[in-house]
Design a protein around this ligand. Structure first.
Ligand code: CU
Length: 504
C-alpha cells in the first residue's frame, strides 16, 4: 500500500482488523470528548493521506533516504537542551549522568510497558524527525534482522561522520551479520498467545531478539544509558514495534485490557518541543496512530479493546534437575563465564524427578525449561552474548549443528549489576534484581523432543552448555573475534550461579 491511500482505502485496510467506519466516527467523538484528558496528538484517525507506511530500510528510495538523513542531521544540529534535539531524545530513553529533565530516564524494560512505552517513544520521535526533515511523507524505517542479518547499508556506508546514520563503535559496522542465536527467539515470541507473563509475548520479545540484538550491534547500542544515541536504535525498535502488529495479526491474541494498565501515562516531547502526555491505551493500535508496516496488518481498534484472551493459569513448572545442591541461588558459588565453553552437568533432584524426566510426555503436555540462575555482569560486553544449549555434543558446537541444541541466548541489555539495582527501572520480574543478578528461563521443549527422537535423551546424562556468541568480523578469523571479545569480557566480569531444568 502506498502512502497515498484514499480515506476509503484506509477504512478498508483497517477493516482487516475490525476498525469500522462507526469505530472511526466514535474515535472522532472520543477525541473531542476526552479533552483535557491526555489525548493522542494529531488527527485521529488520520485524514487525507490515510495510513503512512513504515518501510524496510533496505527498500527506501534514494529520495526517502535523503529525507531520513536530512531529518537526523537536523536533529543532531539542535542543542542538547532542545526537546527536539538528538541528544535530548536519546536522554528520554536513559542518560549516563543524573537526569536534568523530567522527561529523561523513562525507558521501560522488564515491565508490561516494554512494547507500549517504546511505541509511543517512536511515535513522537518520528513526528519530530518528519518535521525536521521537511518531508511530510517521512516515516521511520525498520531493520528486519531475522530476514537481513547484516545492518542495512545506509547505516554503515559511508562509514564516517558525513553519514548522519553512521555511528562509531558498533561491532556490525563492517557488515558482519548477526548470529542465528540473536534472533532465534522471534518464532517462540510470536507463538505466545498471551501478552503478559514470563512466557508472554511482551517479555519473550524483549529478551531475544530485542536485547540480544542490542548486544550484538554493540557500542552505544549495547548499553541502556547510551542506546538511543545510535540511529540504529530507531531502526531496531521499528522492527520490534512491527512484530507487535505481526503478533496481533495472527489472530487469537489481544493486548491487556486492564484499565490501570491502559490509563498509565508517560510524558514525551512533540514536534513543537511541547510536553505531551501519552496515555498507553491510545497507543495500542498502529492504525489509530496513522501508520502501518509494509508487510504487516495494521493493528486496529477491535484488537485494542478486546478482552484479554482467557488462559487457564498453568501449574507452575517444578525443578527436576539442578547443577548444584537445592537452596537459594545466592548461596550457590558464583562462577565466571569467559570466552570458553562452559559445560554444566545437571542431575535429577530426586527419584520422582528422574522418573518425570524419563517419562514420555503426552502430546501437548510436559514443557521443559532450562533456567540459568544468578547471572550478572559488571558491564554489558560489547558484541558478546551467551548461547545456551542442551545436551550438545562437543563436535556440534563450532558449526551450525549447534542450533539443534540451542534453547536461548543470554543478553545483558539493561541487566548489568548497576542497572538491576536502579530504582524504578522496572526489573521487579527478575529474581535477585536487588542483588544485581538475574535468571534467564528458556523453553527447551522442542530440543528435548528432538533429543528423544534421536534416542539421545538420558535423565542421568544431562548437561547444559553456556557458550559465548560473538559477531565475527567480515574477513576476520576466530582468533581476531576472540581477541576483540577478550578485553571486553574481562571488564564485563560475567558470572552465573546455577543451572536448573524445570518441567511442567
Ligand atoms: Cu531497546
Amino acid at each position: 500500500m502506498s502512502d497515498r491511500v484514499s480515506r476509503r482505502g484506509f477504512l478498508a485496510a483497517a477493516g482487516v482488523v475490525g476498525l469500522t467506519a462507526a469505530d472511526a466516527a466514535a474515535f472522532g467523538r472520543r477525541r473531542r470528548a476526552c479533552l483535557p484528558q491526555p489525548c493522542p496528538p494529531g488527527p485521529w484517525p488520520p485524514p487525507g493521506p490515510g495510513l503512512r507506511v513504515r518501510q524496510n530500510a533496505n527498500a527506501l528510495t534514494p529520495g526517502q533516504l535523503d529525507s531520513l538523513r536530512r531529518g537526523v542531521a537536523a536533529m543532531k544540529a539542535l542543542p542538547d537542551t532542545d526537546p527536539r534535539g538528538w541528544r535530548f531524545q536519546a536522554n528520554v530513553h536513559w542518560t549516563t549522568g543524573s537526569p536534568s529533565n523530567p522527561l529523561f530516564n523513562q525507558c521501560q524494560h522488564g515491565t508490561l510497558h516494554f512494547l507500549s512505552w517504546h511505541r509511543a517513544y517512536l511515535y513522537f520521535f518520528e513526528r519530530i524527525l518528519r518535521a525536521q526533515s521537511g518531508d511530510p511523507t517521512l516515516c521511520l524505517p525498520y531493520w528486519d534482522w531475522a530476514a537481513d542479518p547484516a545492518l542495512p547499508a545506509a547505516y554503515r556506508l559511508p562509514g564516517d561522520a558525513s553519514n548522519p546514520l553512521w555511528h562509531p563503535g558498533r561491532t556490525v559496522n563492517d557488515g558482519s551479520p548477526l548470529q542465528p542465536e540473536d534472533v532465534s527467539g522471534v518464532g517462540g515470541a510470536l507463538a505466545a498467545t498471551a501478552y503478559p507473563g514470563p512466557f508472554g509475548f511482551n517479555r519473550l520479545l524483549e529478551g531475544n531478539p530485542h536485547g540480544t540484538v542490542h548486544g550484538a550491534v554493540g557500542g552505544d547500542m549495547g548499553s541502556v544509558p547510551t542506546a538511543a544515541r545510535d540511529p540504529v536504535f530507531w531502526l531496531h525498535h521499528g522492527n520490534v514495534d512491527r512484530l507487535w502488529d505481526v503478533w496481533l495479526g495472527q489472530g487469537g491474541r489481544a493486548n491487556p485490557a486492564d484499565a490501570a494498565w491502559l490509563d498509565r501515562t508517560f510524558p514525551f516531547a512533540d514536534e513543537s518541543g511541547a510536553t505531551v502526555q501519552a496515555r498507553v491505551g491510545d497507543y495500542m493500535s498502529s492504525a489509530r496512530l496513522g501508520y502501518r508496516y509494509d508487510n504487516a496488518p495494521p493493528s486496529g481498534a477491535a484488537v485494542a479493546v478486546a478482552t484479554a484472551v482467557a488462559e487457564a493459569a498453568p501449574a507452575p513448572p517444578r525443578v527436576v534437575a539442578r547443577s548444584a545442591a537445592d537452596g537459594p541461588p545466592e548461596k550457590a558459588e558464583s562462577k565466571p563465564l569467559g570466552f570458553a565453553v562452559e559445560r554444566v552437568r545437571v542431575k535429577p533432584v530426586d527419584p520422582a524427578a528422574r522418573q518425570a524426566l524419563d517419562a514420555r510426555p503426552a502430546a501437548g503436555a510436559g514443557r521443559v525449561y532450562v533456567r540459568v540462575e544468578g547471572v550478572s555482569a559488571a558491564a554489558a560486553p560489547s558484541g558478546v552474548r551467551y548461547g545456551v544449549y542442551l545436551n550438545a555434543p562437543a563436535d556440534a558446537l563450532p558449526g551450525p549443528d549447534r542450533l539443534r541444541y540451542h534453547v536461548g541466548t543470554i543478553n545483558f541489555f539493561g541487566k548489568t549489576r548497576a542497572e538491576l539495582k536502579l530504582p524504578g527501572h522496572g526489573h521487579a520480574g527478575h529474581a535477585g534484581a536487588a542483588g544485581g543478578t538475574f535468571d534467564e528461563t528458556f523453553d527447551a521443549t522442542a530440543v528435548v523432543a528432538r533429543l528423544r527422537q534421536a534416542g539421545r535423551w538420558d535423565p542421568d546424562a544431562l548437561d547444559v552448555v553456556i557458550m559465548p556468541v560473538a559477531t565475527v568480523p567480515v574477513g576476520g578469523t576466530a582468533e581476531a573475534t576472540q581477541g576483540r571479545a577478550a578485553a571486553d569480557l574481562k571488564a564485563a566480569d560475567v558470572r552465573y550461579q546455577r543451572v536448573s531444568v524445570l518441567q511442567q
